[in-house]
Design a binder for this molecule. Structure first.
Ligand code: UDP
Ligand code: MG
Length: 140
């Protein structure tokens, strides 16, 4: 149903640092139900496609290199008001500006290496979920 799902990735530096379990705990504690989850690694081509909307931004190449640099977890999450509530749970893009207790405040290393992705709209949540998962990999 529109409005009750969002898409997230636990980004390479957070997985490499061993923080994936703590981040998944925080997501569940935050009231989200995981309806799809996988460990995967983006090729540079796939990372470039995922972040195509940012291709004119100065940080695009760095973002593509970073997001394809190691394993990530991709997940689809379910909760009422999922997109907005998940953005609140993860905090601002730059951990220096993220609220106390948010996932990025707790785990991000920098504005670029900021531990997690969260969709910014219901439409993008659907597009991003379908980018990573087939229908039979999403439960419920
Ligand atoms: N990013 C970056 N530098 C910036 C802004 C963003 O490296 O100045 C990276 C960062 O990893 C961010 C991603 O690009 O999460 C996508 O940027 P967006 O503005 O969509 O931020 P988000 O929606 O992830 O908070
Ligand atoms: Mg964004």
């Amino acid at each position: 149903m529109a409005g009750n799902r969002t898409f997230t990735m636990i980004k390479p530096e957070a997985v490499a640092a061993g923080n994936a379990g703590k981040i998944i705990d925080a997501i569940i504690e935050g009231g989200f139900k995981i309806v799809a989850l996988k460990l995967t690694q983006l090729t540079p081509e796939r990372a470039g496609k995922f972040y195509e909307v940012h291709k004119e931004r100065p940080f695009y190449q760095e973002l593509v290199d970073y997001m394809s640099s190691g394993p990530i977890y991709a997940a689809v999450l379910e909760k009422d008001n999922a997109v907005a509530d998940f953005r609140a749970l993860i905090g601002a893009t730059d951990p220096a500006e993220a609220a106390e207790g948010t996932i990025r405040k707790r785990f991000a290393k920098s504005k670029a290496e900021n531990a997690v992705h969260g969709s910014d709209s219901d439409e993008n949540a659907t597009i991003e979920s379908n980018f990573h998962f087939s229908a039979d990999e999403i439960v419920g």
